[in-house]
Design a protein around this ligand. Structure first.
Ligand code: ATP
Length: 199
């Protein structure tokens, strides 16, 4: 799997539709301070489902929408798409190219799409689980992240190792199954209570 390109529109400093293409090997993004380099990695994390406004360096989620400048009006929609080459089938989906899109309107309404079909955030998260790219992924190492990993809690380090080991998907499914089992047990207790009142 490999990141082919990213399309950004109305996201942070990218008012117009901007497409960045990546080739195999190392890509370096260079530019003056404040020109928008970090906004590119913010866009990658955002489209993958980042929910932490703080880590996107804002106060509220709508702060990712282009806020306008002295010469340009603000826009009403932020949209980011990642285009990934999946010819090695690392992502468990039957497409050799996968496009993930996230949209956010100023009203707060938001959408996720996989290959132009609307989906839930959960679907995007599940697609990237155990690939190293998801929420607990290690493919984006921000400033200070290495220090945070080395000096952080054992539990945080364990999450990273579990993602690398490819067991996050199974742990998540186990949790979901346990939650359903608990709900069913509670329902059974309630039904038995009701039955005993009729006896
Ligand atoms: P440095 O080298 O200093 O780390 P950088 O190139 O990484 O800088 P970024 O932090 O990516 O720069 O971009 C900061 C710029 O993005 C600022 O000029 C800021 O005004 C602009 N910016 C951030 N959010 C928005 C927004 N919602 N609307 C318009 N511009 C924005």
């Amino acid at each position: 799997m490999f990141l082919k390109s990213i399309e950004v529109r109305g996201f942070k400093s990218f008012a117009d539709k901007t497409e960045l293409e990546f080739t195999k090997g190392v890509t370096a993004v260079i530019g003056p301070n404040g020109s928008g380099k970090s906004n590119i990695s913010d866009a990658v994390r955002w489209v993958l489902g980042e929910q932490s406004v703080k880590s996107l360096r804002g106060a509220k989620m709508q702060d990712v929408i282009f806020a306008g400048t002295q010469f340009r009006k603000p826009v009403g929609l932020a949209q980011v798409s990642l285009i990934l080459d999946n010819s090695d089938n690392k992502l468990q989906i039957d497409y050799s190219q996968v496009k993930i899109t996230r949209r956010l309107y100023r009203s707060g309404e938001s959408e996720y799409l996989i290959n132009n079909t609307k989906c839930r955030l959960k679907d995007v998260q599940e697609l990237f689980m155990d690939t190293g790219i998801g929420k607990e992924g290690y493919s984006i190492i921000g400033q200070g992240k290495i220090d945070a990993i080395l000096s952080g809690h054992n539990e945080d380090r364990r999450q990273l190792l579990e993602e690398a080991a490819g067991i996050v998907k199974y742990k998540t499914r186990k949790k979901e199954a346990e939650r359903r089992l608990n709900n069913t047990e509670e329902n059974l207790v309630r039904i038995n209570d009701l039955l005993s009142t009729y006896e």
